[in-house]
Design a protein around this ligand. Structure first.
Ligand code: VGL
Ligand code: ZN
Length: 226
């Protein structure tokens, strides 16, 4: 199962209980960054267009930032003899190690300059605990520590979330799964994301797990603001 084989939901109209979550559109995940996602930059114009649609409906817009201390345990540089993308298993870390990326306060951790962040109603930073990673915007990789996003969204009446950003098979995927576990309806915007593609099959695995969890897939042009 690959991206082109996914069945799309058809049209959906933005409603009052919706929120848009834009995941990790940061310099380090773009070509030229420390953990580059191929073609990650190509989705920026589409995200900017989509932001206008949500803005028109005065819908909550959340941006996340991967925000690691410089000695984060997800970095291969912290593990003797290991290289980026080597497999690792451990509590809150894995399934693979990463190049140093999105270090707090660095240019790599900043939002892509061409991304329009002015409509953000909330900016959520995650992955700041040295020993636990957080792929998901909702729950850290220990599967216990909450980021606070689910309570925030529920407190303002959100029932349905739309997800886009980077990367398809990591942070956007884990956010989609946790959003379903927290009983949000989830629309995964398939043309506004790109994968890391490591390890092999990471995309196929992510897609099949999301299908099992009844995540809906949609293209951004199928989201209507009227
Ligand atoms: C991500 C790997 C490591 C992501 C973050 O944003 O998908 N991937 N940290
Ligand atoms: Zn990270």
């Amino acid at each position: 199962m690959e991206i082109q084989d996914i069945r799309l939901e058809g049209l959906v109209r933005i409603g009052p209980n919706d929120a848009l979550i834009v995941i990790d559109m940061q310099n380090d995940f773009l070509p030229g960054g420390r953990l580059p996602v191929a073609e990650g930059d190509t989705i920026i114009p589409g995200i900017n267009l989509l932001l206008e649609k949500f803005r028109t409906k005065d819908i909550p817009i959340i941006f996340t930032q991967d925000w690691h201390p410089k000695d984060h345990l997800s970095f291969a540089s912290m593990h003797e003899g290991k290289s980026p993308y080597d497999p690792i298993t451990g509590h809150g870390i894995g399934p693979i190690l990463w190049p140093d990326h999105c270090v707090q306060g660095t240019e790599g951790a900043n939002f892509a300059p061409r991304l329009n962040t002015v409509y953000a109603t909330m900016i959520l930073r995650k992955g700041h605990h040295q020993t636990i990673d957080s792929y998901s915007a909702f729950l850290e990789n220990d599967k216990e520590t909450e980021t606070g996003l689910q309570s925030f969204l529920k407190s303002i009446g959100v029932k349905r979330v739309y997800l886009c950003g980077l990367a398809l098979d990591y942070c956007v995927f884990y956010s989609a799964i946790d959003a379903r576990n927290f009983e949000f309806e989830v629309y995964y915007i398939i043309d506004l994301t790109k994968p890391v593609n490591s390890p092999e099959n990471s995309v196929a695995t992510a897609i099949s797990k999301m299908k099992e969890k009844r995540v809906f897939f949609i293209r951004s042009d199928q989201i209507l603001d009227y």
